[in-house]
Design a binder for this molecule. Structure first.
Ligand code: SPV
Ligand code: MG
Length: 538
């Protein structure tokens, strides 16, 4: 990836024939915001960085701590950054080390001020602040220029003569010396409310080298005045920090007073804006490119619209799926089993006494006409609301099962698959109706490792033809969802009471294989009070 030449970009700003502007930032986030606003460069303000760290602008933050902050800023933005390097954090030797470290971090420029370490902010008792010896300061500039590896790295010498109460002559004397020592530009600072000092300086200075200003106190001066006087670069030095302080104070005061989020929600940036500024979308794209495709957990559809009349009084006010088994309703047990397989998007089709079907965390699909239609209608309703990029596991809302049954289905690679219980004789013995299945291969050792297809499902199947019992478990691959949905709709147009086997038959009839997975026992459908009692021990 081509990186912008930040160092050259800053030098062009300094020498450009027109008035240029850079803006303060104090963090990776604010650097990005300054860039998005359209600025061409960033002022890494000592005041703003120290303030956001919660310390004073008196070199309380160590220079390496400042370096850590501007490294984040440089990473977050493509703009050139000029560090407010205070006095250089020591003597000429410290300046050399600073310049090397800044270049390593792709910082384009440093501004050094002619005060004494530890410095204090120019607006705090400026006229009591001692200035550096001119020669000593010139030595720092020379040392910095000698240390830089990139010819375009800029060192801006900041003259604090006006701040410290000296006049124009001293300011000019210093500027001249710093210029001669190799400074690429002069920052002339003033704490007056009018621009008189800096304009007088610029008039005398002429075009000897670019002049940079910080109009924090003489903010009311029309920008045109700076332009007319040939100022090279204006620094808006602390306004992002101050905007942030005001916004934080107002928001926290409102939150504290109102004990509610309502009053602030619309006044602050939405969370998605935070993600955007952090570049979350780019990471998502990169994940798609570089991460192995994670197997997404399927979603599940539980068909639970029926009452369960066979249970008589027990289901007078509750559908079967909500009957208590131990400490939870039947539905709760099913959900726990699915959750254990990583399946947490569960769509429950409810109908009879639907208000009673209300466990938290589930997606409900209402089949209000449940008395007039059948299972397939319930399935079709649910299929229209599922995520289409993950497979769907379908099961009945009145069946308890060991999780491996669904696990096998989850892991099988087939457009549509069903679990078939080899233990079908038990159902015959219990004289209950069951969906008996005939498959392409009977259950045997030979069936292990072989693809077995479902051929037929019929409660009336002759015992000699039965290979197992279908318990209602079905998996539909994500790619098969639209096709299955269309076939279900077609069947329902002719028979709105159709049951699930009708769907399987139609798939088979159209030559779309339905894979059969043999399992043995380990499930229980609740059809009688006896089942309910047995379920307690399942
Ligand atoms: C800063 O932003 O830290 C500066 C400019 O040095 S000023 O606060 O005006 O001194
Ligand atoms: Mg500063």
């Amino acid at each position: 990836m081509k990186r912008p030449d930040k160092v050259a970009a800053f030098r062009s700003l300094l020498v450009s024939p027109q008035l240029e502007f850079i803006c303060e930032a104090h963090s990776g986030l604010s650097a990005k915001i300054v860039e998005e606003a359209g600025f061409k460069g960033i002022w890494a303000s000592g005041l703003a960085i120290s303030a956001q760290l919660g310390v004073r602008d008196n070199n309380e933050a160590s220079w390496t701590q400042v370096l850590d902050v501007i490294e984040f800023m440089a990473d977050a933005s493509t703009l050139p950054i000029m560090l407010d390097g205070d006095t250089g954090y020591g003597n000429f030797n410290n300046v050399q080390r600073l310049v090397r470290k800044l270049e390593q971090r792709d910082i384009a420029a440093v501004c050094l001020e002619d005060k004494v370490f530890p410095k204090t902010n120019s607006f705090i008792g400026g006229n009591r602040q001692p200035l550096a010896e001119i020669d000593e300061f010139c030595g720092k500039i020379k040392a910095g220029k000698d240390a830089q590896a990139n010819d375009n790295f800029s060192i801006v010498a900041r003259v604090e003569a006006f701040i410290a109460g000296w006049g124009l002559a001293e300011a000019l004397r210093r500027a001249e010396a710093y210029h001669a020592a190799g400074a690429d530009a002069i920052l002339i600072h003033s704490a007056l409310r009018m621009p008189d000092e800096i304009l007088a300086f610029k008039t005398e200075w002429g075009g000897r080298c670019p002049v940079v200003i910080v109009p924090t106190t003489y903010y009311a001066t029309p920008t045109e005045v700076f332009r007319e006087h040939g100022i090279a670069l204006v620094i808006w030095a602390n306004h992002v920090l101050r905007a942030g302080i005001r916004a934080m104070q107002e928001t926290t005061a409102t939150l504290f007073a109102s004990e509610s989020l309502v009053a602030v929600e619309d006044a602050i940036a939405p969370v998605r804006e935070v993600f955007r500024l952090q570049g979350a979308a780019a990471l998502q794209e990169a994940e798609d490119r570089y991460l192995p495709k994670a197997r997404l957990a399927p979603s599940a559809i539980l068909l639970a619209a029926a009452r369960g009349e066979e249970l008589g009084e027990l289901t007078a006010t509750l559908p079967k799926t909500m009957l208590p088994i131990g400490n939870q309703p039947l539905l709760g047990h099913i959900v726990i089993t699915l959750n254990a397989l990583g399946i947490n998007r569960i769509h429950v089709v409810r109908g009879y006494a639907k208000a009673a079907v209300s466990l938290p965390g589930l997606h409900y699909v209402d089949n209000d006409d449940f008395a007039e239609n059948g299972e397939l209608h319930s399935l079709a309703l649910a299929l229209s609301g599922v995520d289409t990029d993950v497979p769907v596991i379908v099961c009945y809302g009145d069946v308890l099962f060991k999780k491996y049954i669904v696990e096998l289905l989850r892991d099988i690679d087939a457009p549509v698959a069903v679990a078939v219980d080899t233990n079908w004789q038990e159902s015959v013995n219990r004289h209950r109706t069951a969906d008996y299945a005939r498959c392409s291969l009977p259950y045997s050792r030979a069936a292990y490792n072989r693809e077995v297809d479902l051929l037929e499902i019929d409660p009336q199947l002759a015992p000699a033809a039965i290979h197992g019992e279908w318990m209602g478990f079905m998996k539909i691959a994500a790619a098969s969802l639209p096709g299955v949905r269309a076939i279900a709709d077609e069947i329902l147009r002719h028979d709105r009471r159709a049951k699930l086997p009708a769907l399987l038959h139609e798939l088979i009839r159209r030559g779309q294989p339905v894979r059969a997975l043999y399992t043995t026992g380990n499930w229980l459908d609740i059809d009688s009070v006896e089942d309910l009692v047995n379920a307690g021990g399942f």
